[in-house]
Design a protein around this ligand. Structure first.
Ligand code: FES
Ligand code: FES
Length: 151
């Protein structure tokens, strides 16, 4: 079985078919940017893009995502060419411990893809399912608004 992740094909052994996408990303492919938080679809730490939509990778059996385009935080931008959200995150020094931030960035990327100019209420609604134990939500909202303002 092949998975298409960040523009590259990855072979996944048949024995991993029923594992969660998050588990395969982290344990089989070494893509450890996506984090395990609740394992129940409630915290957002494991969020990736599936065909451009935000998806909780802890809930997805890997067999269900073969043939789809998967993007993880490792594929959002590069150190040389960061995604605009990553630039805003850096300029506003958004993260504290950082544990939730990959999921937050993927959720924000899905939001801007779906709605390029969200208002504050729409940002809050879209990001409400992303928990941050360090309380960085205000800076996350400001960083998303910065990207919106910069067009
Ligand atoms: S680990 Fe997937 S939503 Fe919490
Ligand atoms: S920055 Fe620590 S959990 Fe969000």
């Amino acid at each position: 079985m092949d998975l298409r992740i960040n523009g590259r094909r990855h072979a996944v052994a048949a024995g991993w078919r029923e594992e969660s996408l998050l588990h395969v990303l982290r344990e089989h492919l070494g893509l450890t940017g996506s984090k395990f938080g609740c394992g129940q679809g409630q915290c957002g730490a494991c969020t990736v893009l599936l065909d451009g939509e935000a998806a909780r990778s802890c809930l997805l059996p890997v067999a269900a995502v073969a043939g789809h385009e998967i993007t993880t935080i490792e594929g959002l931008g590069t150190p040389e060419a960061p995604h605009p959200l990553q630039r805003a995150w850096l300029s506003l020094q958004v993260p504290q411990c950082g544990y939730c931030q990959a999921g937050q960035l993927m959720g924000a990327a899905a939001l801007l893809r779906r709605k390029p100019r969200p208002d504050a209420a729409e940002i809050d609604a879209a990001m409400a399912g992303h928990l941050c134990r360090c309380g960085t939500q205000q800076r996350i909202r400001r960083a998303i608004m910065l990207v919106v303002e910069q067009g």
